[in-house]
Write a protein that binds this ligand. Structure first.
Ligand code: SF4
Length: 420
């Protein structure tokens, strides 16, 4: 499918430092707890952290919870109580009551960082006492954005991945949390290509995490996993460069990177991917009519912004005005970056008032932003899309391409109806 001319030279980047509006890394627990099904996430935080998690994942009240918040009270914050002793007590109670928990994550927060509670050391101490892996990572909102929670969690897991056994094929490692249905679709495509073994990280069980070692080829499914990728490389894995698997073209290029690395015959690759490509093309055509030529503005939030801007411009004819990203990891998004149209403004970081001014001046047809900015922008007559929805919905791969396009088309349809 043709699209606007791609960038010949990398676009200028507007670096912004100032007040920003983004969810913190704790939010990642909402999808991570669904993926690693026998792990427990214990947030060491404040009532604010507990409220955030409760509202982000309220559905958990109907299930056996697999995350909770150990609340740091004023006495802890004032240094009057020994927070380590309190933590040991809470962890002991939790693991005694829940022997089904096979792996525990202690998740740091702004308050635990402020009082300099050393959760790494606590995790080591408690692992020895309880005879099961206890790891720690930080979801603090001081320096992170919400998808970095996943990066921090997976980076904490990497040193605990098993090594490849003698004679074990290193294979392909798909890195990043994907819904099970999407993982199954990709697994079937790779199998039909005769490519393998294919493993997914994170694995669905604490004790079934994939091995890694020299010769492992890794394919990132999410663009926000810089620390995880770096640590996997340290363990010998080699990253395959590819655009991210959004839409028909993105998914094909992503699969092709793996197929080429494993010597899959081009004819076989085409035969295996043809039905999916066709389904995606048909699904996208339905939305192209509505989205073609529409101008879109991204506030920095999910770190999916650049691959999504690539998808929307290349496959649906949209015109990105500004693409804001919390952090620009150039090497991890190089292939998507190179396919952005000429003239797009890239911004890294945020100075929210200035960015709001730019957005209001540009009057885009659609603005992708966090929840906190959506209502004020709607009140100014702009159509918005919540970026967090793009992370919570299955959007990767051929069979989700139409749904992904629909997420962007829906606000425009709604505004059209309201006008009528
Ligand atoms: Fe708020 Fe920080 Fe807790 Fe996140 S970690 S909910 S930003 S206090």
């Amino acid at each position: 499918m043709s699209g606007p001319a791609a960038c010949q030279t990398p676009p200028e980047v507007l670096h912004q430092r100032g007040p920003h509006q983004m969810f913190c890394g704790l939010t990642g627990i909402v999808w991570l707890h669904r993926k690693i099904q026998d792990a427990f996430f214990l947030i060491v935080g404040s009532r604010t952290c507990a409220h955030l998690m409760q509202s982000a994942a309220g559905v958990m009240i109907f299930a056996e919870p697999r995350f909770a918040t150990a609340i740091l009270e004023e006495r802890d914050l004032a240094g009057m109580a020994d927070a380590n002793e309190e933590l040991d007590r809470v962890v002991g109670q939790l693991l005694e009551r829940r022997p089904d928990v096979k792996m525990l994550f202690l998740v740091g927060s702004c308050p635990s960082e402020v009082i300099k509670l050393d959760l790494d050391r606590a995790a080591q101490r408690l692992s020895g006492q309880h005879g099961r892996p206890i790891l720690s990572w930080s979801g603090s909102g001081l320096e992170t954005t919400f998808t970095q929670g996943e990066d921090a969690c997976l980076a904490a897991l990497v040193p605990h991945l098993p090594a490849l056994q003698e004679g074990e094929a290193p294979g392909l490692l798909v890195v990043g949390t994907l819904p099970d249905v999407v993982e199954d679709q990709f697994a079937r495509l790779f199998e039909a290509m005769g490519l393998g073994p294919v493993r997914f990280f994170p694995g669905g069980r604490a004790e079934a995490q994939p091995p890694v070692g020299p010769g492992t080829r890794m394919l990132l499914a999410q663009p926000f996993l810089a620390d995880t990728a770096r640590l996997l490389e340290k363990r010998g894995a080699e990253r395959l460069a590819a655009p991210y698997p959004f839409g028909e073209a993105g998914t094909t290029a992503w699969l092709k990177a793996a197929a080429d690395a494993f010597g899959v015959e081009p004819g076989r690759f085409d035969a295996v991917t043809a039905p999916g490509r066709e389904r995606a093309r048909v699904a996208l055509a339905r939305h192209r009519e509505r989205l073609d030529g529409k101008r879109i503005f991204f506030f920095p939030d999910s770190q999916l912004e650049i691959p999504l801007a690539r998808f929307l411009s290349e496959e649906l004819g949209m015109a990105p005005v500004e693409v804001g990203v919390p952090y620009l990891h150039r090497t991890l998004i190089a292939e998507d970056l190179a396919r952005l149209p000429e003239g797009v403004v890239l911004s890294e970081g945020q100075d929210v008032e200035k960015q709001l001014d730019r957005c209001l001046a540009a009057r885009p047809d659609l603005t992708v932003c966090g929840l906190g900015l959506a209502n004020p922008l709607e009140a100014q007559g702009l159509s918005t899309k919540w970026s967090i929805e793009l992370v919570f919905s299955p959007v990767h791969g051929y069979d989700q391409a139409g749904d992904l396009a629909e997420l962007f088309a829906r606000p425009l349809i709604r505004r059209g109806l309201l006008k009528v």
